[in-house]
Design a protein around this ligand. Structure first.
Ligand code: SF4
Ligand code: SF4
Length: 367
């Protein structure tokens, strides 16, 4: 990174020091699982005067995925959006509106054909020709089908875009589908960044990876970046020592809950969910700032179907239900000591099994 490049980025980033900027690049390299020696290469890509163009389409969504972007701080997402990338179109964040915004979207797509990143949040309604979600008189289904083939890559942001999410829950009145299903068979690169909401740094890292290396990061068998979704929540959870020792909260607000014990008995899906929430946190306000850290069980938002639509495993698994069923049976029949031991053994087995499956899938994608 030469001095001129840094000075340009400094003015864009609001006077950030060179040291802090390089630190940021090092953190980003680490979060992507890259050797730290690659931090200068990331810095070089960021300081390029040509910012990567991004078109952001919103389909059937609650705006939580956009809202989560506004909660990041390193750099602030305003900085990311306005200075590191060129956000040429977003229904929520664009300054322009109406015809002006639509014209700018068309212009950016024409000028950056094959080079822009298309981000989509929300699921795509397909029933009745997709009439249940329209922007500027056009269905989002048509807009996606027209825009995606011209993009360098498509990022499905959040669980609705990745899996269908809440809008696709039975009886799925709008025929909601995830982005990758709409684009299947069209030879278009799609990355899923699931979560409800997803962590904004996983989007930031994916975009930076693409900008730096001109290719997408390694994906797992569900098209998720391995650097973000390669580990189970359970592997890095700060409550894990309680799990291993058989100390569980049994009800919200009970003594175990107040003591910070494991939330497995309250329905925690951490042993089956791949995501980096425990290591990344949310909101940049210190350690423990993630759902489990704050006392709520993980409900597996980054896994397909858990809690929202289809069960991950049979029988059905609503958010606060704690299978396996033998867990409750053991407690009733044999007392608390046997219960916690059985739970720990079962949970470890589940975690190990799912981890082995996930690692296998990840390995397959890397080969
Ligand atoms: S079951 Fe949930 S709360 Fe308990 S250690 Fe695993 S991830 Fe943490
Ligand atoms: S802790 Fe679980 S439910 Fe919460 S955001 Fe992370 S993966 Fe999703």
């Amino acid at each position: 990174m030469d001095e001129r490049g840094f000075e340009q980025v400094r003015s864009r980033l609001g006077g950030v020091s060179r040291r802090d900027f390089l630190k940021f690049c090092t953190v980003m390299a680490a979060s992507m699982g890259l050797p730290l020696e690659l931090a200068p290469k990331i810095a070089e890509a960021i300081t390029s005067p040509k910012r990567p163009p991004v078109i952001w389409l919103s389909a059937q969504e609650c705006t939580g995925c956009v809202e989560t972007l506004l909660r990041a701080n390193h750099p602030t997402l305003e900085t990311l959006i306005l200075d590191l990338i060129s956000l040429d179109y977003s229904e929520t964040l664009s300054v322009g509106a109406g015809h002006q915004a639509e014209e700018f979207r068309a212009k950016s797509i024409a000028e950056n054909q094959g080079n822009f990143i298309l981000v989509v949040d929300g699921s795509i309604p397909t029933k009745d020709g997709g009439v249940y979600c329209k922007v500027a008189g056009k269905t989002v289904l048509d807009i996606l089908n027209e825009t995606a083939p011209k993009a360098a890559a498509v990022i499905a942001m959040g669980s609705c875009a990745s899996w269908g999410g809440i809008p696709s829950a039975a009886p799925n009145p709008t025929g909601a589908k995830p982005v990758h299903e709409i684009l299947a068979g069209k030879n278009i690169a799609v990355v899923n960044i699931p979560g409800c909401p997803p962590n904004p740094y996983n989007l930031l890292s994916t975009v930076l990876y693409y900008v730096t290396f001109k290719k997408l990061p390694t994906l797992d068998d569900k098209m998720r970046p391995v650097f973000a979704y390669g580990r189970l929540i359970h592997e890095n959870c700060e409550r894990r020592p309680h799990f291993d020792a058989g100390r569980f909260a049994k009800e919200f607000g009970d003594e175990g809950h107040r003591q910070g014990y494991c939330l497995y008995m309250l329905g925690c899906k951490g042993p089956e969910t791949f995501n980096n929430c425990p290591t990344l946190g949310f909101g940049d306000i210190g350690p423990g700032t993630w759902p489990v850290g704050c006392g709520h069980p993980c409900f597996g938002c980054s896994e397909q179907g858990v809690g929202f639509t289809e069960p991950l495993h049979s029988p059905a698994r609503p958010i606060y239900v704690t299978p396996p069923t033998f867990f409750a049976k053991t407690e009733k029949d044999e007392g608390e000591g046997a219960t916690v031991l059985a739970a720990a053994v079962a949970g470890v087995a589940i975690g190990a099994g799912v981890a082995a499956l996930g690692m296998g899938a990840n390995k397959k994608n890397q080969d």
